[in-house]
Design a protein around this ligand. Structure first.
Ligand code: S5P
Length: 273
């Protein structure tokens, strides 16, 4: 099965350019770490990205959190992505009808499709949302992740909801490259014998080495649990890396290095087993 193969091997079989570039970057830089940089001040945002850049395959943004947004922040982000060789994932969590999300993705203040290689959407509106986003993103060689599961306690993303999310992805697998989920999704909800060689990329938030959760329902597992035991591909780490003191750049760099190491050794163990 796909998750026993190397990222580099899996890259070759991907037809979506964003999926292929992500897997190739992971192989080249030997990292399955995505840092989620959820900061309010543009200066912190850019300083943290520059510090963690060498250790990551992907940076995850919530662009609408930033104060005093201006386009030069995007230009700087793109420069850092080139300098350190990583891709950009805007965690927009689109959730509206196709016609609306197409405008939210292409236009407005942030023009997400113009700079984010990858974005994500809730499958709750049905295939309309994938059609709408694909009409903008597919011609730009972007990739979409569906939120098949969430990391928070009491999440409604379970059972047939998760299964139907995977089936939606299967129908649109030129643009949907994988899932935000807590475990591997290949073959879920498929008839026996079908979907044998599908290879969805699984990006997993709710990863932390120190805490078990936060005061608002977030739940953490270790990189080892996520990558080795649950067969996920990319670990998404926010507070575990940037911590409480955003000016402690050395500490942030050291933690990124540590999560990179933990994630990568869990992966090496997985493909060797
Ligand atoms: O189920 C989810 C999906 C996402 S994308 N749970 C999550 O926590 N996320 C995002 O991952 C969340 O919006 C945040 O940006 C990040 C987790 O941050 P951390 O500080 O808890 O690691």
């Amino acid at each position: 099965t796909a998750y026993k193969r190397s990222y580099g091997d899996r890259a070759k079989a991907q037809s979506n350019p964003a999926a292929r570039a992500l897997l190739e970057t992971m192989e080249r830089k030997k990292t399955n770490l995505c840092v989620s940089v959820d900061t309010v001040k543009p200066a912190d945002f850019l300083a943290i990205i520059d510090a963690v850049g060498p250790y990551i395959c992907l940076i995850k943004t919530h662009i609408d959190i930033l104060e005093d947004f201006e386009w030069s922040i995007i230009e700087r982000l793109e420069e850092l992505a080139k300098k350190h060789d990583f891709l950009i994932f805007e965690d927009r969590k689109f959730a509206d009808i196709g016609n609306t999300v197409a405008m939210q993705y292409a236009a407005g203040v942030y023009k997400i499709a113009s700079w984010a290689h990858i974005t994500n959407a809730h499958p709750v509106p049905g295939p309309s949302i994938v059609k709408g986003l694909s009409s903008i993103g597919f011609p730009l060689q972007r990739g979409l992740l569906l939120l098949a599961e969430m990391s928070t306690a009491g999440a409604l993303t379970k059972g047939t909801y998760t299964e139907e999310a995977v089936q939606m992805a299967r129908v649109h697998n030129d643009f949907v490259i994988g899932f935000i989920a807590q475990r591997r999704m290949n073959g879920i909800g498929a008839a026996p014998g079908e979907a044998q060689d599908e290879d969805f990329i699984i990006l997993t938030p709710g990863v932390g080495l120190e805490a078990k959760g936060d005061a608002m329902g977030q739940q953490y597992r270790t990189p080892r649990e996520v990558v080795l035991e649950s067969g996920c591909d990319v670990i998404i780490v926010g507070r575990g890396v940037y911590g409480k003191d955003l000016s402690d750049i050395d500490g942030i760099r050291a933690r990124a290095e540590r999560y990179r190491g933990e994630g990568w050794s869990a992966y090496l163990e997985r493909i060797a087993s």
